[in-house]
Design a protein around this ligand. Structure first.
Ligand code: G6P
Ligand code: MG
Length: 218
């Protein structure tokens, strides 16, 4: 039976995608090329350095590692400015309610995010107390679709992977959940998340009953 819910952060609990986009776009502007919102879709769920590589390929630019590190740090300083101003109003609809429902029903909760900025976002939005374990980009060495982040989450909660359900908005995250041996609820549309066991537009449509139905299907 399901004992734990593991949550991605960006795009599942908070809408930080817009801040990532603004910061990447600013970098592209400085480097002299156009970076569209459509290009930005490819960066969702992808680690910071891998995102930079995708961005640079859009601009058809190549740099050495030292320069790339500098560019990634520049982007992150702008992104950090945005998330420093976040508060609880930027929690996505239904997220807080569902986290509370999980805990009221005896389910453990963990964060499973690629972001190295996760703690700043969780603390500024007031979400930190709702997690039994927090695994973020400072704990992992392998990016999604590698299952590392979710396996570390299960381990921290002392539950086995088949007792976990992952909530993800990115295709790479759905794959990471499956490679971890966990089922996955996709947050968003079936276009990108088709492989998830259940897809809902947002956590507002998610209930403990639907979670149990998911378990019955497995
Ligand atoms: C999440 C986001 C990505 C972001 C990554 C790393 O997966 O969806 O857009 O690039 O985290 O975030 P960071 O805050 O460490 O740059
Ligand atoms: Mg995400």
């Amino acid at each position: 039976s399901i004992k734990a819910c593991l949550f991605d952060l960006d795009g599942v609990l908070v809408d930080t995608a817009k801040y990532h986009y603004l910061a990447w776009k600013r970098l592209a502007d400085e480097l002299g090329f156009t970076f569209t919102e459509q290009d930005n879709e490819k960066l969702k769920g992808v680690s910071r350095m891998a995102s930079l590589d995708i961005l640079l390929s859009v601009g058809q630019l190549e740099f050495d590692d030292a320069k790339k590190l500098e560019l990634a740090e520049r982007k992150n300083s702008w992104y950090f400015e945005s998330i420093s101003k976040m508060d609880h109003s930027e929690i996505l609809p239904g997220a807080l309610e569902f986290l509370k429902a999980c805990r009221e029903n005896g389910l453990k909760t963990a964060l499973g995010s690629a972001s190295k900025n996760a703690m700043t976002i969780l603390n500024n939005t007031g979400l930190t107390p709702y997690f039994d374990a927090i695994i973020d980009g400072t704990h992992t060495s392998q990016a999604k679709p590698d299952p590392e982040v979710f396996l570390l989450g299960a381990k921290a909660l002392s539950v086995s992977p088949e007792q976990c359900v992952v909530f993800e908005d990115a295709e790479a995250g759905v794959e990471a959940a499956h490679r971890a041996g966990m089922s996955c609820v996709g947050i968003g549309s079936a276009d990108t998340l088709g492989k998830a066991e259940l897809i809902v537009p947002s956590l507002q449509e998610m209930t403990i009953d639907r979670l149990k139905e998911l378990n019955a299907v497995r």
